[in-house]
Ligand binder design. Sequence first.
Ligand code: MSP
Length: 532
Amino acid sequence: MGKPRYITTPLYYVNAKPHLGHAYTTLLADSMKRFSQQQGEDCLMLTGTDEHGEKIAQSAEKSGKSPLEFADGIVKFFELAWEKLGIRPDIFYRTTRESHYKLVQKALQRLKNQDDIYFASYTGKYCLGCERFRTDQEWDEKGLCPDHQTPPEIREESNYFFKMSKYQDRLKDFYKENGSAISPQNYLREAVAMLDSPLEDLCISRPTTRLKWGIPLPFDDKYVTYVWFDALLNYVGGLGYTGGKPTKETTEEKGFKSEFWAEAQHLIGKDILKTHAIYWPTMLMALGLPPFKQLLVNGFWLTSGLKMSKSLGNVVDPITVQERFGSDAFRYFLLRDMSYGHDANFTWESFIQRANADLANGIGNLASRTLTLVHKNLDAKVPSRSGRSEVDKTFLSQLEKIPALYKDHFDNARFHLALAAFSEGVANCDRYINDQKPWSLAKDPDQRDRLVAVLGTAMDALALLSVVSNGVLPEGTCKLRTALGFTDAHFDEKAGWSVIPWALATQYLPEGTQLGETPRLYPRLELPTDPE
Ligand code: MSP
């Protein structure tokens, strides 16, 4: 087994169906997992749903269902969306699973026993959209929540509090010592700035007179657990942690995959930085567990300058996009057009334009014109490599630099630049073919050796490009490899499209190998006439 790795998405609230913003993080997590598996790592991916709290209770009430019935209905849309998009999470975590209740209660009891939880009355400004109290500085100049544009609700009640302030100094040290614990760097600075002033303790309960839909506190049944305290524990619960006391530094009771926890990378949106960068690591410290390895923070997908969100009614449904345009095009666009950490605008025009330029006219057209010529002129077989010229060799050796470049970008969360390197490779290959003009060579029997050399070189280039982009274009690259004559790429109901090992990028097929059928990889897409 390779090196362990653990990639998580946030757990999505089940107050509404998934939208493009949720699809983005989940597709990215899946592509990162595929990329990690390509490198031979043993990677687990977790996603799931966050099902307690006031937002869900309210939505359920409006629909006349019990919260659990309501959640069950919405969860199906998430599962369906991920399945259709070719995402195969190893762990689909619902916070309503029984083991999660036990974990949350055991963890709370331990914190209470070690005097990290106390009872007090409190008045604060609550944002229901965020499901958290915001400090006085966290409202915009109009006094509204910057993420939801809603006014605060003043809440005064007696509650239980977690002594978050006790861990402030340790958390500061953690960020000081781990400069890549949050990426991109501006979010690390933002998190560190939150630690400049004294931290307030965290309210971790809600009275059942206000909210019943939650995990009861083990030491006071008149209260349920605050939804964020409950939900964050999923990341360790998904690896089998049950809330017990760690024996040594990182080991937990039997069954906790602590070697994966040591490699945990959480993908989150910028709106949930505080809960992940401040609440979560202090909770872990209190429980005696090491903090995560890294938070990877993305910006928002916007439509006409506004965050895409169900409450604003400007969402794009990922299931519809997949059904109309295929999941490769969607994945590619999302990863290519968002410069990681920054906001990006979604328009149908930019989606169609990107898919057509880089996929239909890019890799799709390159594959189709090369393979058609090989079928027609070389008996659909991989030709000899012996007669290649300096031009051919130089071109291929330049192209062979792409895997390392792509990997460096991908490893450092520059996903858009990794894909830019890939499409640059496609463009170079197009240029090579345009210069060498194999269609003219094919007409002249004296140029047979040149034809063999050029088409063979182009096929090797396609093989390399298919490995490099396999994590982001799983469907197309597998079809392309089969067309090139490889037998390592196929679809498996359980595992999805094959993951092609990275080391195969420069392992080309032996002379004489029979090619497969030439598929139409990426048809040109048309702008929808009735966009949602
Ligand atoms: N339930 C919490 C997370 C708990 S994790 C233990 C939550 N859920 S959410 O459904 O509201 O949001 C989940 C993720 O989707 C967040 O990372 C959020 O940033 C992301 N997105 C929601 N809308 C988005 C866009 N328009 N664009 C990009 N991502 C956005 O928060």
